[in-house]
Design a protein around this ligand. Structure first.
Ligand code: FES
Length: 180
């Protein structure tokens, strides 16, 4: 009997205790009292933003600005997609950069001069094949490269390339092919 009453008293005490806990932790209906809601909203906002930029972003983010300077000092600024060679970019924009072998490293007619040494230093080192062709280029300089081997990448944004006054093909036969 005693033990049964003790059990009843114990159960009541536990029930009262649980009731207090429940009242204390029960959420109120006021938004400011519900920080987890703000957290959820913030997480949703963050998630939406992250997905948006990963899905595509601005198309200009994938292009860099490149300026070609011709032998008369005339400048043409174009946008070049990352991954495209300067030779292709020049041809797409009617810039007179020859490229007789169409990028197969068998000529030097796509010779360009990188005007900024810092930009030049960001380029991959020329291969032996490129160096061999560069040796044949007209007006070779310390920052000469073959335009078909210079590939657009984000840190080359603002690249300035001078077009030499002539190429070997022009100098020899005067033939001036149209860009492809
Ligand atoms: Fe001939 Fe670049 S186009 S080497």
């Amino acid at each position: 009997m005693f033990s049964c009453k003790s059990l009843q008293l114990g159960a009541q005490a536990i029930k009262a205790s649980l009731s207090k806990v429940y009242r204390f932790s029960k959420p109120t209906s006021t938004p400011t009292d519900r920080p987890w809601k703000l957290y959820d909203q913030g997480r949703a906002l963050f998630s939406t933003t992250a997905t948006g930029s990963a899905d595509g972003g601005n198309e200009d983010d994938q292009k860099i600005s490149v300026t070609f300077v011709d032998k008369d000092g005339e400048e043409t600024q174009i946008k070049v997609p990352v991954g495209m060679s300067m030779l292709e970019a020049a041809h797409q924009n009617d810039i007179e950069l020859e490229g007789a072998c169409e990028g197969s490293l068998a000529c030097s007619t796509c010779h360009v001069i990188v005007m900024d040494i810092e930009q030049y230093n960001k380029l991959e080192d020329p291969t032996d094949e490129e160096n061999d062709m560069l040796d044949l280029a007209f007006g070779l300089t310390e920052t000469s490269r073959l335009g078909c081997q210079v590939i657009a990448k984000p840190d080359l944004d603002g690249l300035r390339l001078a077009l030499p006054a002539a190429t070997r093909n022009f100098a020899v036969d005067g033939y001036k092919p149209k860009p492809h």
